[in-house]
Design a protein around this ligand. Structure first.
Ligand code: ADP
Length: 297
């Protein structure tokens, strides 16, 4: 039987400035980026599915077509009448990139409003993946619904992976963000944080402190990314330290963490061998940050 990777979150329309007030249309979003790379890395023995909500307008249809044409199953991409998808714009001003977002009314904010679809999707997965951004866009009831569904699926044997992806601007207060992230950690097996964010909002002095905090929350495996720094893992086998891949000219760090997660998870699913899987994550992230854009061929 085919195994299935399910990623849960929000994909957005991306308008990236190219020149002279011209923009290139694309589709991206943290959990979607990871699904996109997973589809490329996992062989035919795996299904990759995305769980989200979109609208019923033309751009929502284009997004769903893009997801499907990437080889990702869209059976859990639910169109909501009268809604539309979120959008962000990347503007270039003398080489400096700035981002603007229009996502406060996006359909994806209602992704957890159909508990039975959530249950069907989660219990059909071998590995389910979500992030702190997935949590941030939901209302408190939706967040509870999602975490309950994940917890129930986990009790039935689904492995759960989580990237805290801390984005304080999406939360009312940093404390709400911290509480929600630690609740998500308590229902996750594999946690993939980035130390710089964690140090800032949780006060972790070193990557090892980030790893220990998430291991204490219940994760059996934590892999702490740290930009160009050493990657620290913590599992039943203890602490591991892994060299990052050196990148001489970083072009665009968009999706560094998302692609790392895909490289790592795909490698780990294959052999459950930590060091080569972390190397695969770092290799893919190094390739992605050497080029422009979130989705790099
Ligand atoms: P995020 O994008 O989630 O903030 P990080 O910045 O920690 O995540 O980066 C994720 C991974 O991407 C790192 O573990 C590393 O493998 C790679 N990476 C990021 N920045 C660099 C860099 N400057 N040089 C080499 N690798 C990098």
């Amino acid at each position: 039987m085919k195994r299935s990777f399910l990623s849960i979150g929000e994909c957005m329309v991306e308008m990236a400035s190219i020149a002279d007030r011209n923009y290139r249309l694309g589709f991206a979003g943290d959990t979607f980026n990871t699904a996109w790379y997973m589809r490329r890395l996992l062989g035919g023995a795996w299904d990759v599915a995305y769980f989200t909500a979109v609208g019923d307008d033309a751009i929502s249809t284009q997004m769903t077509d893009f997801i499907r044409n990437s080889g990702i199953r869209t059976v859990f991409v639910r169109p909501l009448p009268g809604c539309t998808v979120g959008l962000y714009m990347i503007q270039l001003d003398q080489g400096e990139r700035s981002f603007s977002y229009w996502r406060s009314n996006s359909a994806a904010r209602k992704l957890a409003n159909d508990p039975s679809l959530l249950e069907t999707a989660l219990t059909s997965a071998s590995l389910a993946y979500f992030s702190g951004i997935t949590l941030a866009i939901l209302q408190p009831e939706g967040r509870t619904e999602l975490l309950n569904a994940i917890s129930a699926a986990r009790r039935k044997g689904v492995t759960v992976a989580f990237d805290p992806n801390l984005r304080p601007r999406l939360w009312d207060t940093p404390e709400m963000m911290r509480q929600a992230v630690m609740s998500a950690a308590a229902v996750s097996d594999i946690i993939l944080p980035s130390h710089e964010d964690e140090a800032h909002f949780f006060g972790d002095a070193m990557p090892q402190a980030t790893a220990s905090r998430y291991a204490e929350a219940g994760a059996s495996l934590v892999v702490v990314k740290n930009g160009p720094g050493e990657i620290v893992s913590l599992s039943g086998g203890g602490i591991g330290r892994h060299d990052p891949v050196r990148v001489d000219s970083v072009v665009d760090t968009t999706a560094a963490g998302d692609s790392f997660n895909a490289g790592f998870l795909a490698g780990y699913l294959d052999k459950e061998d930590l060091a080569p899987a972390i190397k695969a994550g770092a290799d893919l992230a190094a390739k992605v940050i050497s080029k422009h854009g979130a989705l790099v061929d």
